[in-house]
Each structure stands twice: as structure tokens, then as C-alpha cells.
Ligand binder design. Structure first.
Ligand code: CP3
Length: 344
């Protein structure tokens, strides 16, 4: 079972493709009626822990949207639960950590984690999804990057300013680096487990790292993201993604990854010029554009393809995840128009 020549994997390797491959962050999720139907039967964590159902969710968008890759249905926060911090997903409010990490003692008290036994359900989902996909499209695994995981552990949930995280980083630098190193170690095992189970590429989500200055990124984050990206099984492309990262992209490239994820706050063409031809790029339509009429979606998608200018190594994606309010037929129209406009 190999589809090593699939357009998505070729683009990760910066090889020429017959059209620009497309996949979308959060292509499975609440905007899809078939996802909502499954969610009516399982709460979110139970759905993630039920491999048969999670594999079904992974496959839901494939036929319906015509995308060129599947992304595992799971969550970046699942690896935090075995640390014993009390992870919950509350309806409408998102993730909540009952016992957040606020001191060096809290870091020392985190439970040891045996990755294969504590998140083995994710690996089982990967095996099932890969088998069901057969040769159709490659399967992407994923994990949270150490900074984004640490921010949830410290803040206890979503945050705007990340004040507790930034305070901890500076007030307790030794504990910060110890925490980041632990998260990096767990993340390497978590991603390697997904790769062993059949994931053909992985994405490292550093969704909130754009809150940091470049010098703080270099000192407090880069060594740990690099530890993850440099220790992954070779031969499996890694996508390194964050939002609000215009000032950090060179440093993120230095940290590693075969593909850099761009959000919509940068112009793709000049940004790729700046980063150099030795890295592939993924992006970068504003997901909010998908709420606009199809003619507007086409205009915005064309501008991104023009920025990429047929350079090998562009993967079309959104700058962040599909919003819940998005009409499904707009998403399908986007995938089709990118394929059509980019075909050689
Ligand atoms: O289709 C896919 O992209 C795969 C599935 C996926 C989910 N979460 C499912 C999910 C992926 C790749 C993630 C990653 C993730 N999870 C990130 C990084 C990407 C990003 O969005 O920046 C983050 C920060 C999380 C943490 C998380 N999980 C939050 C903040 C939330 C609540 C926000 C929300 O949209 O409700 C979740 C819940 C979550 N993860 C849902 C899904 C489909 C919605 C849960 C539901 O069904 O009620």
C-alpha cells in the first residue's frame, strides 16, 4: 500500500505536479452535517477515543470535497490528558484544563506518560483510516507543538494575551525549559506512533506561537520545536504551521519542517521569495472568504495561485481551520476551482 507519488506528497517534496494539491485544516468538523450526526451520538472526547467512529470522520470530507489528502481526526490536546491535568471539552467553550500548570512544582508533579498505552486509540484510528483510504489520498497525522501545548497547560484553556504563559516563561525559565523538553519528547513519540501506524506526512501545529517576539521565539521555543522536527522518522514530510507568524517564519524554517504553513496575514508570493525555494509552502486563503459568494472565493483563490506562480512545492490550504458557519458547497467549489485553475 503506497501512494508515494500522490500530488500532495510530491508537493511536500517540491516536485512538479499536474495541478496544485488541496487539503483544508478542519476539513472534518462541525460545518459538515455528517459530522454533526456522529457528534449527536458521542461527546467530543469519546468520539476521539472511538477509533471506528474517528476513522469514519477522517474519511467524511474526502469524497464529498475531492481534497488531495486526509487529516486524521483527533486533537492536539489528547496527549495532555495522561499528564493528569484534567482535560475536558465543554460545549461551546472549547478545551478546559482543570489543574493548570502554574509553578515549577506543578511541572515536577506531571505524571509520567506511556504514549503507546495512553493514546493508543489515536494509532488505531490511523491504522483504520489508512486501510479505508487505501490508495485514494495520503493520510496526514498531526500534533501540537510544545509552545501551543504549554500555553493550554498554563492558561487552562483558550487565551488572547497569553499572559500566564509569558509570565511563567520569564519567571521560571528552568521549569519552562523542563516543561517544553517533556512536551517535545512526548510529541516525538506521539508523531512517530502515528507514522508507524500509517500516517504519510505530519503537521506540527504551533497555532498560537505568533503571540511571541522573534527573540522570545528563538530563546524559549525554537530549540524545542527543533527537537521535535529533527527527531522524527526520516522520509515522512513534516508541515510546520502557526498563525500570526509573519515575523517568525525564518525562525520557524530554522526550527525545521519540509513545508511551512502560512496564514492569510502574509502575501504568499513575496513571503515565499523571502523564505527561499528550498522549502515548500502551504496556504493561505483566509477561511472567512469561504463565507462569501463563490465568485469572490474564486477571485481570492486565483490571487493565491498567482502568488505561487506554479513554483513546485505549493500546497493549497486555508490560513487556519474551516469555520463552523461555512457552507459545504462553497468548500467543494473551492477545491474544484483550485484544481481547475492550476491544471497544466
Ligand atoms: O479536520 C481536521 O483538521 C482534523 C481534526 C482536528 C481537530 N482539532 C478536531 C476538533 C485538528 C487538526 C485539531 C487541531 C487542534 N485542536 C488545534 C490546532 C489547530 C488550530 O485550530 O489551531 C487546536 C488549537 C486544538 C484545540 C482545540 N480543540 C480547540 C481550541 C477546540 C475548540 C474550538 C472549537 O472549534 O470548538 C477543539 C475542539 C475540536 N477539535 C473540534 C474539532 C472538530 C470541535 C469539537 C466539537 O465537535 O464540538
Amino acid at each position: 500500500m503506497t501512494n508515494a507519488d500522490a500530488p500532495f506528497l510530491r508537493a511536500c517534496r517540491r516536485e512538479q505536479t499536474a495541478f496544485t494539491p488541496v487539503w483544508l485544516m478542519r476539513q472534518a468538523g462541525r460545518y459538515l452535517p455528517e459530522y454533526r450526526a456522529l457528534r449527536a451520538r458521542y461527546d467530543f472526547l469519546t468520539l476521539c477515543k472511538t477509533p471506528e467512529a474517528a476513522a469514519e470522520v477522517t474519511l467524511q470530507p474526502i469524497e464529498r470535497l475531492g481534497v488531495d489528502a486526509a487529516i486524521l481526526f483527533a486533537d492536539i490536546l489528547l496527549v495532555l490528558e495522561p499528564l493528569g491535568v484534567g482535560l475536558e471539552f465543554t460545549r461551546g467553550e472549547g478545551p478546559h484544563i482543570a489543574r493548570p500548570v502554574r509553578s515549577a512544582d506543578d511541572v515536577a508533579r506531571l505524571a509520567p506518560v506511556d504514549v503507546p498505552s495512553s493514546v493508543g486509540f489515536v494509532f488505531e484510528t490511523v491504522r483504520r483510516a489508512r486501510k479505508a483510504l487505501a490508495e485514494r489520498v495520503p493520510l496526514i497525522g498531526f500534533a501540537g507543538a510544545p509552545f501551543t501545548l504549554a500555553s493550554y497547560l498554563i492558561e487552562g484553556g483558550a487565551s488572547r494575551e497569553f499572559l500566564l504563559t509569558k509570565r511563567f516563561m520569564r519567571a521560571e525559565p528552568a521549569a519552562w525549559h523542563a516543561l517544553m523538553a517533556r512536551l517535545a519528547g512526548i510529541t516525538v513519540e506521539y508523531l512517530d506512533g502515528q507514522i508507524d501506524a500509517g500516517a504519510q506526512a505530519v503537521q506540527l501545529f504551533d497555532s498560537w506561537v505568533g503571540t511571541l517576539s522573534p527573540s522570545d521565539y528563538r530563546e524559549f521555543v525554537l530549540p524545542h520545536s527543533r527537537a521535535v522536527l529533527s527527531r522524527l522518522a526520516p522520509g515522512v514530510p513534516a508541515i510546520h504551521f502557526g498563525t500570526g507568524t509573519a515575523a517568525l517564519l525564518e525562525l520557524m524554517k530554522e526550527a525545521g519542517g519540509d513545508v511551512l504553513g502560512l496564514d492569510w496575514r502574509v502575501n504568499l508570493g513575496p513571503t515565499w521569495d523571502r523564505l527561499g525555494a528550498d522549502v515548500a509552502v502551504q496556504g493561505n486563503l483566509d477561511p472567512a472568504v469561504l463565507l462569501a459568494p463563490v465568485a469572490e472565493i474564486r477571485r481570492a483563490a486565483r490571487a493565491i495561485l498567482e502568488g505561487a506562480a506554479r513554483r513546485p512545492g505549493h500546497i493549497f490550504n486555508l490560513g487556519h481551520g474551516v469555520h463552523q458557519e461555512t457552507p459545504v458547497d462553497h468548500v467543494r467549489a473551492l477545491v474544484d476551482m483550485v484544481h481547475e485553475m492550476s491544471a497544466r
